[in-house]
Design a protein around this ligand. Structure first.
Ligand SMILES: [Zn+2]
Length: 127
């Protein structure tokens, strides 16, 4: 059972591109695994801190422009990081993206440094 988004998740979508917010809303409504938003828009200072900590490798993150969100899976209200949960959430995101004709990219599909919690608008449609 999933959705609707919590007040806290909604607050974290502030500054995120409306097309991506729409995908998030549609995804949470259909996902078999509930999730919260942990991060959307990110400041350059925070991005630099994440790179320095080794949590990110780029200073050109899509979070800086509000084109990306990170999620955390919720099972019975508790955050879980088990990999299979993120594949199921990603399926919901991908189905929502097709439905809304809004191309997205899942970090879990990246060849290196797979990022299961990360979803972003496709650069080819949203530069
Ligand atoms: Zn991210």
């Amino acid at each position: 059972m999933s959705g609707p988004l919590s007040v806290r998740s909604r607050a974290r979508l502030k500054g995120v591109h409306p097309a991506l917010v729409a995908v998030v809303e549609a995804a949470v409504a259909r996902s078999p695994v509930d999730f919260m938003i942990t991060e959307g828009l990110r400041s350059p200072e925070r991005q630099a801190a994440l790179v320095q900590a080794g949590a990110s490798r780029t200073l050109r993150s899509r979070h800086l422009s509000g084109h990306a969100v990170d999620v955390a899976a919720l099972v019975d209200g508790q955050v879980r990081w088990d990999w299979p949960l993120y594949g199921r959430i990603a399926s919901a995101f991908k189905a929502a993206a097709v439905e809304l004709k809004t191309p997205i990219v899942w970090g879990g599909d990246w060849k290196s440094l797979r990022d299961g919690p990360h979803f972003e608008l496709d650069r080819r449609s949203f530069p």
